[in-house]
Write a new protein. Structure first.
Length: 382
C-alpha cells in the first residue's frame, strides 16, 4: 500500500535520521508511545510561543495553523480536507463516529476485538443506545479475517479494526475484513494510531468509512490533536452527541442558540483546538514529507528482522508472528517485569515502551542498525 504524500526529493533513512540530533546518543525504540523529538519540532514550538509576543491574542494565525494541520492530514491520508475533523484524541474520534450512527434499528451490532486500544474499545462499550458489542477474542486469533467474518452479518452496523495493534505491533488482515464488512452493508472504523507515519497506507486503499489517528507517535508531533477521516460526512445518519463552537457552519457568529452543522468533516468537531498540538502536528507532517514512507518501509522491516534475531540469540522470549504479513513496526519482549527492564535500559539512555507483560521495541524510518547494536550491548550488560 502507498501513502499519498509526495516529497520533491525523498531523503534516505540515513539522511532522515539527521533531523533527530539526539538519536546517536539516545536510541529511540518508543515511537509506539511517543515519536522521537525532531529539531524542527523544537523550533516550531518556539515559533508558537513567539506568536504571543508578536500579537497578544493571535487567533487568526492560530486558526490558520489548524487549517494547515487539516490540509496536511488530508494529504497524508489521501483524501479531501472536507473529510477531516480536527479533534483532540482517538477517544473523541471514536465517540463522534459511533454517536453519528443510528442504532435504533435491527442493525445494531458493533464488532471489535482484543486488538483494540482502550481509547477506542472503552468508547464502544460505554454507549447506552442498545448497541450489541461483539468481540473477536484472542490477540493471535484476531489477526485472521476468518475469525471476524462469522460475527459480521446483516445485523452489523460498524466494524472496528486497528491498522496495527498497540499490544505487540501486529497487523490484522484488514483488507479482507473491510471487504466482507462492506459486502453485508456494514461500515468500518479503523484506528491507525499505531501505524500512521511508518506503515504505508491510504484511506482509499483501505476503503474504510472512518479512520482516526493522532500525532504523538510515528507522526512525530505531540499529544493533544487527532484527525478523524469520514468518507461521507454529508450523509451522517444523525448529529454526533458532542459538539462545540468549532462544529458550527460559521464558528465566528458567536451565537449560543444556533446549533447548525456544516456538510463536511467539521460537523464532528467540538470546542477550542489545542493550538500547541496543532503546531506540533504540522511540524511532524513537515518532517515526514521529506521521505516516501512506502520506500522506507523495507528499511524498517529489515531492522525489525535483525532486532528479532538478536533478541532470540540472547535468549529472550518475543511476541512475534510467524507470518511476516502480520508483522508491523515493532518487536515485543515478553517478560515478568517489563517496567523494570525499561528502567534498566533507560540508564543506558535507551527509550522503550512497556505495556502489560511486554516490552515494546518499535522502529521508524529514522532507526538504524547502530540502535539495535547499542540495545544488544545494554542487554548483555544487565
Amino acid at each position: 500500500m502507498t501513502v499519498n504524500v509526495i516529497s520533491p526529493v525523498s531523503l534516505t533513512p540515513d539522511q532522515f535520521r539527521r533531523n533527530f540530533a539526539q538519536l546517536d546518543k539516545a536510541p529511540h525504540f518508543a515511537s509506539c508511545s511517543q515519536g522521537a523529538l525532531s529539531d524542527h519540532l523544537t523550533q516550531t514550538m518556539q515559533c508558537m510561543t513567539a506568536s504571543l509576543v508578536d500579537s497578544q491574542a493571535p487567533w487568526d494565525v492560530w486558526v490558520g495553523v489548524v487549517e494547515q494541520y487539516r490540509a496536511k492530514s488530508a494529504a497524508f491520508l489521501g483524501c479531501s480536507s472536507d473529510q477531516i475533523a480536527v479533534l483532540s484524541c482517538a477517544s473523541e474520534g471514536a465517540f463522534q463516529a459511533v454517536t453519528s450512527l443510528d442504532w435504533s434499528g435491527e442493525r445494531n451490532r458493533l464488532v471489535t476485538s482484543d486488538l483494540e486500544f482502550p481509547s477506542v474499545g472503552n468508547v464502544w462499550r460505554a454507549q447506552r443506545e442498545g448497541i450489541e458489542v461483539v468481540n473477536v477474542g484472542g490477540i493471535e486469533e484476531a489477526l485472521l479475517a476468518e475469525n471476524w467474518i462469522p460475527h459480521i452479518d446483516e445485523r452489523t452496523k460498524l466494524v472496528s479494526v486497528p491498522l496495527v495493534s498497540y499490544i505487540n505491533g501486529t497487523r490484522p488482515e484488514i483488507e479482507r475484513i473491510v471487504e466482507h464488512a462492506h459486502s453485508v452493508g456494514a461500515l468500518v472504523f479503523v484506528d491507525a494510531y499505531q501505524g500512521a507515519g511508518v506503515v504505508p497506507f491510504s484511506v482509499n486503499e483501505l476503503q474504510c468509512d472512518f479512520l482516526v489517528t493522532g500525532n504523538l507517535k510515528y507522526l512525530l508531533g505531540l499529544p493533544g490533536i487527532a484527525s478523524l477521516f469520514v468518507r461521507e460526512p454529508e450523509k451522517a445518519e444523525q448529529n454526533a452527541m458532542l459538539t462545540g463552537w468549532f462544529g458550527r457552519v460559521n464558528p465566528f457568529e458567536f451565537d449560543p442558540a444556533l446549533v447548525d452543522y456544516p456538510n463536511n468533516g467539521r460537523r464532528y468537531e467540538t470546542g477550542t483546538y489545542s493550538i500547541p498540538s496543532a503546531y506540533a502536528g504540522v511540524a511532524g507532517y513537515e518532517v515526514l514529507e521529506q521521505i516516501d514512507i512506502a520506500s522506507c518501509w523495507p528499511h524498517v522491516e529489515s531492522l525489525r528482522e535483525s532486532l528479532a534475531d538478536e533478541l532470540l540469540a540472547l535468549g529472550y522470549e518475543i511476541d512475534y508472528p510467524e507470518n511476516p504479513a502480520h508483522r508491523g513496526p515493532e518487536v515485543a519482549i515478553v517478560c515478568d517485569d517489563p517496567d523494570a527492564l525499561a528502567a534498566k535500559l533507560a540508564e543506558f539512555r535507551i527509550g522503550t515502551s512497556p505495556r502489560g507483560s511486554r516490552l515494546r521495541l518499535s522502529l521508524h524510518a529514522y532507526s538504524a542498525q547502530s540502535d539495535i547494536d547499542a540495545l544488544v550491548v545494554a542487554l548483555k550488560a544487565l
